[in-house]
Design a binder for this molecule. Sequence first.
Ligand SMILES: [Zn+2]
Length: 237
Amino acid sequence: MDGAIRRNPFMWELNLVATCLASLVGIMLGEEEDRWWWLPDESGAFSVKSSYRILENLVLLDVGLSAEEEGIFVKLWKSPAPSKVVAFSWLAFIDRIPTRSNLAFRHILANGDPSVCVLCGQGEETTSHLFLHCDVAVLIWRKVMDWLDINFITPRNLFMHFVCWSEACNSRRLLKAFWLIWHAVIWAIWKERNARIFFLDNQKWNLYVNKEGAHPSRSSAKELPNNYKRIVLIKDR
Ligand SMILES: [Zn+2]
């Protein structure tokens, strides 16, 4: 580069100039018009996939996953489940979902709000409790496993559960279907947990069975999960 600086540079600028010149060594200027080039993708074009890879690496570094756990991450995304469902499982894997335990840890729960599990009313609502070790979750998995004719002892976390679940499938052809069911159970437990907290919380709402057969009000019907369609929510006075 053949450049000249019109004034004498300050001492602190000399280093910057040297660094700039060093980074330009070997660069040949061509006749082509300048254009943007997205470095994370070989084609130079921006892609969501390459962006995801960058973020994934950041997250993996942040949570410090083992090589085995990183391998499971890859399998997680191969499920045919809707992407928002898989994304939720992914967040649950790295314990980044708003369980009551996580909310309490971040001081988001209001003073006096319990961090106890809303499904069983006993254990602390951690991710592994809610999806694996809660009495309600155990019953749900038991039913699903009986249906699929598989069996294994509940491991300590979701990673290991996903591994056991995958290994319990003895047919490669059915593996994706197994993964789909796994995501569906996780999603269903989370939806039920939210329904109980946000729609059926006895501290704020009283439950009335709709004896007259009238439909719930438009707003509550829209928010309620399907299995509660015959229940009316009326705010306690
Ligand atoms: Zn529980």
